[in-house]
Design a protein around this ligand. Sequence first.
Ligand code: FES
Length: 477
Amino acid sequence: MDSIWTKTCTIPKRTSLQKDIKTEVAVIGAGMAGILIAYQLQKAGKQVIVLEANRIASGQTRNTTAKITSQHDLKYASLIQTFGIQKAQQYAAANEMAIAEYQRIIEEEGISCHFEQTSAYLYSADKSKLIQEAEAAASLGISAHFINHAKTPIGTISAIQFEHQAQFHPLEFLKNLSEQLEIYEMTPVQTVEDHTLKTPCATITAEHIVFATHYPFINFPGMYFVRMHQERSYVLALENIPPMNGMFIGDGNNKLSFRFYDKYLLLGGGSHRTGDNRYGGKYEVLREKAKELFPDAKEVAHWSAQDCIPADGIPYIGKYSEQKPFWYVATGFQKWGMTSSMVSAMIIKDLIYGKENPYAEVFDPQRFSMEAAEGIAYEMKEATKTLAKRFFKLPETTEKELPVGHGGIVEVDGEKIGVYKEKNGTVHMVDIRCPHLGCQLEWNPDEKSWDCPCHGSRFDFRGHIINNPAQNDITLK
Ligand code: FES
């Protein structure tokens, strides 16, 4: 399913790396974070190469709604309460600085990418929550205020307005920056040991290595797999809707998000933990909502996104682990990948240059807090539950009973197997053991994929890998 971005912008292909190479910095991953990190480092004078397993921006960057905003749901009141005013200030200032940095780069490079300044609104029926959040954000230096009667796509309701935010076309932006960089596509990094990276056809030696791979694929050191899970969400691009200024997001469990791009409204929602596919039909729910709010709307595209959710609600940006001081990581962006990518570029550039960064402390991957401890305990419980399910829960159906056009886990000769039956009768059978750490995969009827509830790896019905941290396909049966 192509997003509106991939339908409207093509980035030229690059060749894969075929020979050994030495460099000052190797960045793994050519999404928004990887490209921005490489760009900032190269501008500052470093020799940089970027290694991409697939194509430039082929991961989550092409699926974003591309809001460049420091408005991150209800964030700032709880940040102050949990981390204290100083760290909350760092978080707020870093994200505000990220917005300004996008504008600076776009102007300096003369990039035409539908960039526009606008406001971001968080709406809710709970006025007291909004007032508290608006006061918290304003106390941290963000230009934000409460509005009692705000006009939003769902009608008139209370909201917080964050001023001087922005939106753009992420691929038009990346296309320009990537032209300036040495990037190798279809070059998966298979192993990393100290300063050496190995790909199928080459060995790379780098003084510094940056993991900008959405979810870090090296389990030890770092252990990011106990500190994050992944969530999926869904987007419809709709036309035939009167335009409205601003970007909007609701509060609560079934929140919706809205932003316009050109003549299209991007309606997002349906968020859930990856692998938790008990409630399928997410696109249908969004379509129903679109019909209710905009009866004349016509759908022109739909797609889904996957986000890493850190245990304490703050991205991990900085040194990968104390044991590898020349490795860096940028992950856990939640739903706010655009500003978090730029924050990563600013912090990691300074770290590599040995320069103090005023915002680095709050994002430090080596941080520890009670909030993080609770999140880690929860993640471990979820992973143990899913692992146990593989051994102790019996399949609910047999291969014969599984209807055509459906997928599910069945028992074949005493073994649990994942089966998908295509409408034309072709049957695909896979091992339901996730190659990352062995959890049981679950069938996703919306995307026709096998998804892992533990850390969010995904595979198509033929077993080919779609999302990391797993690095390999699943075995066919
Ligand atoms: Fe970690 Fe599947 S993603 S076990």
